[in-house]
Design a protein around this ligand. Structure first.
Ligand SMILES: NC(=O)c1ccc[n+]([C@@H]2O[C@H](COP(=O)([O-])OP(=O)(O)OC[C@H]3O[C@@H](n4cnc5c(N)ncnc54)[C@H](OP(=O)(O)O)[C@@H]3O)[C@@H](O)[C@H]2O)c1
Length: 306
């Protein structure tokens, strides 16, 4: 995140500064280039056991999921919390599943295909729901709050059958296609935490299910430096592992983007900028092997072990 450290609000929370910008998204310089411009406050030591491309997976999605779920400014999950995660093998979702497991929570992951269901099981998520099989997709053109309630009842029945309770927290960045269902399915007093709207920014939902059941919606964005440092520590400790499905050279960045656009990836897609080939950058090979294969590893990386 690109912040102005002379701003008072930044001293309390970097994400609250009015000059805060998402680097490469709201600034005109960023990734997908040989060189870029950053401020010192954007830099953290690279985890020694990760490759360059694995490390590149982490600042945007791991940090954002960390703030949404763990931080005081997010849902602050605790041991035993049931957390429903849409798109649970996506960039954000794959970190969210691992964070819930690391925090002693119970992840309930939704995915869109049998292949992704397998990736989700490999991540250690026991409750896996395929949204196409479970009939969870709203009409993409005209998703209505009424239809969302029907879908929410179906989803709620599956979750109660599988884990015995309604979710404490719903992790939602899909937006228009899922938000009304998320509000419905969260338990009384529960939280919907959102950081995006991939399927559309204008959400329609039945507000009675929110206020009558004392639920909350938390808007979240990125992570401040402290949250990112805490999250990077979890990576270093092997509590989190990037899910990297494939890499492309910089001159094929269009193909990489197309893969994500068509929702055919799991986790993140790497683009090698200065690295001449994949798999470089590890300076702690023993830790690298342990993180991929060790008994505490939640997930066996999709990338080959070194
Ligand atoms: N505010 C922030 O700081 C911040 C940070 C990172 C990302 N974001 C935003 O978060 C969103 C996700 O980013 P990402 O990198 O995780 O993307 P991603 O890797 O493309 O993941 C998106 C996931 O959405 C799921 N999905 C797509 N259509 C769906 C639908 N109709 N119903 C349910 N699930 C659906 C897909 O899962 P299945 O097909 O398997 O269900 C897919 O895995 C983007 O909008 C991004 O801009 C915001």
């Amino acid at each position: 995140m690109h912040v102005d450290d002379q701003e008072a609000a930044t001293q309390a929370d970097g994400m609250l500064g009015t000059e805060q910008r998402a680097w490469g998204f709201e600034t005109n310089f960023g990734g997908l280039a040989d060189y870029t411009v950053v401020r010192a406050s954007q830099l953290l030591p690279k985890p020694e056991h990760l490759t360059w491309e694995e490390s590149a997976c982490t600042p945007l999605c791991a940090g954002t999921a960390y703030r949404m779920l763990i931080s005081d400014r997010g849902a602050r999950i605790k041991v035993g919390d049931v957390v429903l995660i849409w798109g649970a093998t996506g960039g954000l979702g794959s970190f969210a599943v691992q964070l819930v497991l690391a925090a002693g929570g119970i992840p309930v992951g939704v995915v869109g295909s049998p292949e992704k269901a397998q990736v989700l099981r490999d991540l250690g998520c026991r409750t896996v729901i395929d949204r196409s099989e479970a009939g969870l997709d709203l009409d993409p053109e005209h998703p209505s709050p009424e239809q969302a309630i029907e879908v929410g009842k179906r989803l709620g029945t599956v979750i109660r059958r599988e884990v015995g309770e309604d979710p404490h927290v719903v992790f939602d960045y899909v937006g228009r296609a899922t938000f009304a269902t998320s509000v419905f399915v969260a338990r009384r007093g529960g939280v919907v935490v959102t950081c995006g709207s991939s399927s559309g920014y204008h959400h329609q939902y039945d507000n009675r299910y929110l206020w009558m059941n004392l639920k909350r919606v938390i808007g979240s964005h990125g992570a401040n430096l402290q949250e990112m440092a805490e999250c990077t520590r979890l990576l270093r400790l092997g509590k989190l592992m990037p899910v990297l499905s494939t890499e492309y050279p910089l001159d094929q960045v269009g193909e990489a983007t197309r893969l994500v656009q068509q929702n055919r990836h799991a986790g993140k897609v790497g683009v090698l900028c200065l690295a001449p080939k994949a798999g470089l950058g590890i300076t702690a090979p023993q830790a690298a092997r342990a993180a991929r294969r060790g008994p505490d590893a939640h997930f066996r990386s999709l990338a080959p072990a070194t």
